[in-house]
Ligand binder design. Structure first.
Ligand code: BES
Ligand code: ZN
Length: 618
């Protein structure tokens, strides 16, 4: 803990008000484990993957460091896990040891207490997961591309690792690991570790992760997976039917990796591969180290949605190498990553695309800010007593990135890039809180550029709602053109058929659709659809924007597509706004309930939770 800790507590009390009397920024309120007494340093997993029972079962052996030499108990986070037995190794021999699984806290799960006698060298837990584990999705063959084989994947961030591995489930604890996964013989297992591309499908897979990572980055997947290289250090794992399309879509990954290293320092993780998941994956991507997990919904055929890859790759620096200390500090991971994403996209695809993506990101942010309560508009969000999943929005991403863009504009790109490179080096393989970040920024940014930067301004970005006055704005010439088209078409000056869309990029289409008025006439909706065939768009982002308009205007010809979309895609960002919009009208509610009944069994537990809350609210 830093020397300035008490000063920070004071500062936070003042900024949050009296009710938050003692928020300790270095404490992770989302873990019940005890790393300050006994800290796990390495674990070895041996798990059997049982698709029939929908269960992982086996054991895990922990190495640990005793931080407090009088500590006699190891506390691990678990959720819905059945503990079968616990033992400790003393003088090289395993012996039973006592354990107690505490009653479950609804947000945090059950603390597992294990007796660790003075002489214990290692601890072992034999366990199995529940079919309802929040961090696992077990897929039926019908939910995959081939429809022939089952599929399993994990999603640990933020606090779901505990549902498949008893762990000190806090981003403040980093461990190396080894693992053996035993699967049906015709399937392949991969992990966020050293994988063996093209290993024979034997049904037994061994992994080693030499870099220490926090629990939220532990990941595994099992399915009918093949591998294809894209470059020296990059490649794709996917179901055979998707592999070539994915390799073509993401072929710039190697260049992105090289460009990011050049700007921000060496890539620390050996290989960088992508795993393409089935469409029920609830996120766009997840930065599992060495192996980002990616939704197939971004395989558009024209690289239009590959900023997702730049984003997950950028996490190799901001997030995986330098990690947020608690979920209150998520903006450190996501804000820096979003800033880096824009920069990588500019290097690889040029300034026009950079400008367009910046404007779209800024518009997403202002839309979110309009809907969020003030305390969720801060960069550092007080999540005590809350599920970190519930605070998810564009704020840590786009507001965080805009804050960093302002610093860049005020001190210059070269100076800011040099600062970031140093920051990634100084905090490599460490975690830091917002207040640690601010103390570091005071020395390395504010003190060096006192006429350009001020602590008050930094605090306004971090601890106040909304955006500070005179924040940077994003602009794109390619979009200004579209503003004129909007005006002309809406005024009836030109018909839809006269809109010259030749050469429009996906971003221009998104800007065009997202910035039309919410209410259009039935004639206007059909005119757009017949001119541009929007209901049949194969780009999942364009389809999303159009379907949202269709719902708001009860445009029936798009409802069959809407149903297919909602049943086949489980990515929350794409489907949540659609269900929300449906629930705004009586007719929409009936449709939402009918489609959700059909779609729900295919959704991930997280997506089920989100949609349950929306569809059952009225
Ligand atoms: N790490 C996040 C996903 C995440 C965040 C999971 C918080 C659980 C809690 C990942 O890197 C991410 O940000 N994904 C975005 C994509 C992105 C391009 C904004 C997503 O899935 O939408
Ligand atoms: Zn991210």
């Amino acid at each position: 803990m830093s020397r300035t800790f008490f000063a920070w507590v004071l500062l936070i009390c003042t900024s949050l008000g009296a009710h938050a009397a003692t928020l300790d920024p270095s404490k992770d309120y989302h873990s019940q484990s005890n790393p300050h007494q006994i800290k796990v340093t390495h674990f070895a997993l041996d798990l059997n993957v049982d698709f029939k029972k929908r269960e992982l079962a086996g054991h895990v052996v922990y190495d640990f460091e005793r931080k407090d030499r009088n500590a006699r108990e190891l506390l691990l986070d678990t959720r819905d896990i059945t503990v079968i037995a616990t033992s400790v190794r003393v003088d090289g021999k395993w012996q039973k040891t006592g354990f107690k699984l505490e009653a479950a806290d609804p947000a945090l799960g059950s603390a597992l207490r294990i007796a660790v006698p003075e002489k214990a060298e290692q601890v072992k837990v034999q366990y199995r997961t529940s079919p309802a584990a929040s961090g696992l999705q077990w897929l039926q063959p019908e939910q995959t591309a081939s429809k022939k084989h089952p599929f399993l994947f994990t999603q640990a961030q933020a606090i779901h690792a505990r549902s498949f591995i008893p762990s000190q489930d806090t981003p403040q604890v980093r461990t190396t690991y080894d693992a053996i996964l035993r699967t049906p013989k015709n399937l392949r297992a991969v992990m966020s570790a050293e994988n063996t591309p093209n290993a024979a499908k034997t049904g037994t897979y061994q992994f080693h992760m030499p870099q220490a990572i926090p629990s939220y980055l532990i990941a595994l997947a099992v399915g009918d997976l093949d591998f294809k290289a894209m470059g020296d250090r990059t490649g794709v794992y996917a179901e055979p039917a998707l592999l070539d399309a994915a390799v073509a879509e993401f072929e710039d990954t190697e260049s992105m990796l090289i460009a990011t290293e050049k700007a921000y320092g060496p890539y620390s993780w050996g290989r960088y591969d992508l795993l393409i998941l089935p469409p029920s994956f609830p996120f766009g991507g997840m930065e599992n180290p060495r192996l980002s997990f990616i939704t197939p919904t971004v395989i558009a055929g024209d690289k239009s949605l590959v900023s997702l890859i730049a984003h997950e790759l950028a996490h190799s620096w901001s997030g995986n190498t330098v990690t947020n200390a608690t979920w209150r500090d998520l903006w450190l991971n996501e804000g820096h990553t979003t800033y880096l994403t824009y920069r990588i996209m500019e290097i690889i695809y040029g300034t026009d695309r950079f400008n367009m993506e910046s404007v779209l990101g800024y518009q997403d942010l202002t839309a979110d800010l309009a809907d969020l309560p003030a305390n969720y508009q801060h960069l550092a969000i007080d999540l005590r007593g809350k599920d970190p999943d519930d605070a998810f929005s564009d704020v840590p991403y786009e507001k965080g990135a805009l804050f960093l863009k302002e610093i860049e504009q005020r001190i210059g790109r070269a100076a800011f890039d040099a600062y970031l490179k140093q920051y990634f080096a100084d905090y490599a393989f460490k975690s830091l809180s917002t207040e640690d970040w601010l103390a570091y920024a005071q020395t390395h940014l504010i003190a060096k550029h006192p006429s350009a930067l001020s602590l008050d301004r930094f605090k306004a970005w971090i601890y106040a709602p909304g955006l500070p006055a005179d924040h940077p704005l994003a602009e794109s010439d390619a979009f200004t053109k579209i503003d004129r088209i909007h005006t002309d078409w809406l005024a009836g000056a030109i018909p839809a058929t006269a809109i010259d869309t030749k050469g429009w990029t996906v971003h221009q289409w998104l800007y065009f659709l997202n910035n039309l008025p919410e209410q259009l006439s039935p004639e206007q909706m059909s005119a757009l659809d017949s001119a541009f065939n929007l209901t049949a768009s194969t780009n999942n982002e364009i389809a999303h924007s159009w379907l949202l308009m269709a719902i708001r205007n009860q445009y029936q010809p798009a409802y069959a597509r809407l149903e297919t979309y909602l049943v086949s895609i489980g990515r929350r960002k794409l489907i949540t706004p659609l269900y929300r919009a449906l629930m705004e009208s009586q007719q929409g509610q009936a449709f939402a309930r009918k489609v959700y009944a059909e779609a729900r069994p295919g959704y991930h537990p997280l997506a089920q939770g989100t949609m349950d809350a929306i569809v059952n609210a009225k």
